[in-house]
Design a protein around this ligand. Structure first.
Ligand code: G
Ligand code: G
Ligand code: MN
Ligand code: NA
Length: 256
């Protein structure tokens, strides 16, 4: 109960921040999009990561207004980058959805409103959803995805490989991007089994016309291996940690 009121206060007093982590083209290392990752600038405890509050916000329902705030902030920030720099013209933004947000009946109109208020095109926004969220209530999930798709936003499956979505199910979903979980990336440069798994997901992406992103890339060896396999995009500390908007600005202008 204390945490709930603390989180409510934090929303009211504007204590949440959004950091952005670059997602790059595997071949060129140019930044193609950024993933919005929320933080809580706590008055006493400093900058807190999602681990400290997302699960609680999910449990008490505050994730809906918090997630709406993140969505609106990320869209507004994309508009600011574009206004500030021609290098941001093609930049996209990724926003994570939680299970509860995904089930929330007002989600589609929240998304439409965030886009309209920021003045950005729907195709510049990618929403990240996990496999487990999709498997909970398949019919509702499907219709929500189709409604979001109808707006023109792109959809990504996050942490792919850690859930248990069936291939026949995946085939029916209007998904644009598969994000391969970091656990398959960690040893990919030394473990032939991981190479085989990632290679299979790359093939899946090709067959279903979905783009692939490898997460948690930290070394040149991992990057080279994944690039050779044919993964489209990469994300990880090698290319950039979650960073404040100004730092992303620098990253963008340096690349162009
Ligand atoms: O870097 P990081 O510690 O930010 O992220 C930890 C976890 O928190 C990740 O699984 C990420 O998906 C989740 N997360 C980060 N930001 C958000 C957000 O805005 N909404 C939701 N639902 N999850 C988030
Ligand atoms: O939404 P998702 O669960 O994919 O969130 C990504 C998480 O992975 C965030 O917590 C982010 O800070 C973290 N992350 C991103 N890149 C790296 C990396 O290269 N190494 C490690 N250890 N964590 C990473
Ligand atoms: Mn994510
Ligand atoms: Na992930």
């Amino acid at each position: 109960a204390q945490l709930r009121s603390d989180l409510e206060q934090a929303l009211e007093h504007d204590q949440f921040r959004v950091l952005y982590q670059p997602v790059v083209d595997m071949q060129t290392q140019c930044v193609t999009s950024v993933e919005a990752l929320v933080r809580w600038q706590h008055p006493k405890d400093g900058l807190l990561g999602p681990y400290h509050f997302i699960a609680a916000a999910e449990a008490n329902g505050l994730i809906v207004p918090l997630g709406r705030w993140v969505l609106r902030e990320a869209c507004a920030q994309l508009a600011r980058w574009r206004a500030e720099s021609p290098a941001a013209a093609g930049l996209k933004v990724n926003v994570n959805l939680s299970a509860r947000q995904f089930q929330y009946a007002g989600l589609v109109s929240d998304v439409a409103e965030a886009l309209a208020d920021a003045g950005i095109d729907a195709a510049s926004l990618t929403l990240e959803i996990t496999e487990s969220m999709l498997m909970e209530d398949i019919d509702t999930a499907k219709s929500t995805l189709h409604a979001l798709r109808a707006l023109g936003v792109r959809l990504a499956i996050d942490d792919f490989g850690t859930g248990y979505s069936s291939l026949s199910y995946l085939k029916q979903l209007p998904v644009d991007v598969i994000k391969i979980d970091k656990t398959f990336v960690d040893d990919v440069h030394i473990d032939a089994d991981d190479v085989a798994l990632v290679d299979a997901v790359a093939g899946l992406g090709q067959a279903l016309k979905m783009q692939t992103v490898a997460e948690g890339i930290e070394t040149d060896e991992q990057w080279t291996t994944l690039r050779t396999i044919g993964i489209d995009h990469g994300q990880g500390y090698l290319f950039g940690r979650p960073a404040a908007p100004d730092e992303i600005n620098e990253l963008l202008t340096r690349v162009s």
